[in-house]
Design a binder for this molecule. Structure first.
Ligand code: TRP
Length: 377
C-alpha cells in the first residue's frame, strides 16, 4: 500500500517562520517528491475551538489566512487535498469510539496536554473556578480540550496516514495515536494503520526561537515573523533581533550559541546562498568563525539573514498576491477538498463500524440467525 500523509494546523492566527521550518517546508518537499499516494492537509478548526469556544470568529476569520499561507508556501491542491476539519463529521464519530480505548489517567500524562493546560492557565481546583473575586476566577479545562489527543488520533487514522510531518511539540499526540491504533487492532482485529511521525532534521528547526530569543516563536509572545510579512517588516524585525548581548563593539569576540540570528541562519540558509550573498565566506561555518573571533558586526550578519529570508518569502509573496485576488476560488477549493476528505474518512469509518460489530443492517447473517431463533422460541 502507498504512503499517505495527514497533517494540519489550528487556524488561530497567521502562520509564521516557526510553522514553516517546523513542518510546512517539509510538506511542500514531500508533496513534490511524488513519493506519496495521497496527501491530506487539514485546517483544524474543530481542534482550535477546543480552547476558543467563546471566540468562534477568531477561528472563522483565520481559516482563509491559513489557506493562503498554505497556497503561498507551495501546497498545490492538484497534489494535496486541503480541507477543513469541521466539514468532515465522520471524524467526530471515530473520536467517540476511540474515547473508550483511552483512560483519563493516560490523557493526564500526555506531556503536551499538561504543558498546554499550564500555559492557558486553566484552573486545577474548584476554589479557583468559583472564586468570589472575578479577577481571581479561572475556568477549568474544557473536556474537549483535554481529549483533543483522541480527536487527533481520529484525524490521523481516518485517512490511514502512514506519515505525519509535524513539529516536535506534536510527538506525544502521535505516540497516543499509535497506542489507540494498537489497542483498536488488538481488540477488534487489524483495521487501522499505525502512523509514523516525521520531525525536522535540523535542531534549529525543531523549535525555532522567537525574534526576542525566547524559547519559541509564538503569536502570544509577539516575537514572530509571519509568512505574510512584507520585506520591510522582515527587515525591521531582523534588525531588532536578539543577538549576543555582550558583543558591543565589532572587534569584540561574539557568541554564536544562543544567538538568534545564527539560529535562524542555521534553520534557513543554504551554503549556496551564503557563498552568493557573502562571497568572502565559504559557508555559514566560516561566517560563524569570523564572528567568534571578533571583527564581524551584527548588522552584516543581519543583512545576510534578511536577504536569505526574503529569497524564501518573495516567491510566497507573489503567489499570495495571486490567491488574494481569488478568495472565492480558494473557498471552492477547500469545499471540494473537504468533500474528498469526507469520502475517505467515511470509508475508514465503515471498516471501523464493521470491526466494532455495529454494522447491524449490513449483517444479513445476524438478522437471519436471530429471526430463526425467535421463530423457534
Ligand atoms: N495539533 C496540531 C497543531 O496544534 C493540529 C492538528 C490537528 C494535527 N490534528 C492533527 C496535526 C493531526 C497533525 C495531525 O498544530
Amino acid at each position: 500500500m502507498g504512503k499517505v500523509i495527514l497533517t494540519g494546523d489550528r487556524p488561530t492566527g497567521k502562520l509564521h517562520l516557526g510553522h514553516f521550518v517546523g513542518s510546512l517546508r517539509r510538506r511542500v518537499e514531500l508533496q513534490n517528491s511524488g513519493e506519496f499516494e495521497k496527501i491530506f492537509i487539514m485546517i483544524a478548526d474543530a481542534q482550535a475551538l477546543t480552547d476558543n469556544a467563546d471566540n468562534p470568529d477568531k477561528v472563522r476569520e483565520n481559516i482563509i489566512e491559513v489557506a493562503l499561507d498554505y497556497l503561498s508556501a507551495g501546497l498545490d491542491p492538484e497534489k494535496s487535498t486541503l480541507f477543513i476539519q469541521s466539514q468532515v463529521p465522520e471524524l467526530c464519530e471515530l473520536a467517540f469510539y476511540y474515547m473508550n480505548l483511552v483512560t483519563v489517567q493516560r490523557l493526564q500524562r500526555n506531556p503536551t496536554v499538561k504543558a498546554e493546560i499550564q500555559l492557558r492557565g486553566f484552573s486545577e481546583s474548584e476554589a479557583e473556578e468559583e472564586a468570589a473575586d472575578p479577577t481571581q476566577r479561572r475556568p477549568g479545562t474544557p473536556v474537549g480540550f483535554f481529549t483533543y489527543p483522541i480527536s487527533q488520533a481520529s484525524d490521523i487514522t481516518a485517512f490511514r496516514a502512514t506519515t505525519v510531518p509535524v513539529g516536535a511539540d506534536q510527538e506525544p499526540m502521535i505516540e497516543q495515536t499509535r497506542e489507540i491504533v494498537h489497542k483498536f487492532n488488538s481488540v477488534y482485529g487489524p483495521t487501522l494503520v499505525e502512523p509514523e511521525i516525521l520531525l525536522p532534521e535540523n535542531a534549529a528547526c525543531l523549535r525555532l526561537p522567537g525574534t526576542d530569543g525566547k524559547a519559541k516563536m509564538s503569536k502570544s509572545l509577539g516575537n514572530c515573523i509571519y509568512l505574510s510579512d512584507t520585506a520591510d517588516e522582515v527587515k525591521k524585525k531582523v534588525m531588532g533581533m536578539y543577538t549576543d548581548p555582550n558583543h558591543l563593539r565589532v572587534e569584540d569576540p561574539g557568541q554564536v550559541e544562543g544567538n538568534t540570528v545564527f539560529t535562524y541562519l542555521d534553520a534557513f540558509s543554504t551554503t549556496e546562498q551564503v557563498q552568493r550573498l557573502m562571497p568572502d565566506y565559504e559557508d555559514l561555518e566560516a561566517v560563524k568563525a569570523h564572528y567568534r573571533r571578533g571583527g564581524l558586526g551584527d548588522v552584516k550578519v543581519k543583512r545576510l539573514l534578511i536577504a536569505v529570508l526574503n529569497e524564501i518569502l518573495d516567491p510566497m509573496r507573489e503567489r499570495r498576491r495571486h490567491f488574494e485576488q481569488h478568495i472565492e476560488e480558494v473557498y471552492a477549493m477547500l469545499k471540494a477538498g473537504s468533500e474528498r476528505a469526507r469520502a475517505e474518512a467515511a470509508h475508514t469509518l465503515e471498516d471501523v463500524r464493521r470491526a466494532m460489530r455495529i454494522n447491524y443492517f449490513e449483517d444479513e447473517e445476524l438478522i437471519a440467525r436471530q429471526a430463526e431463533m425467535f421463530k423457534n422460541k
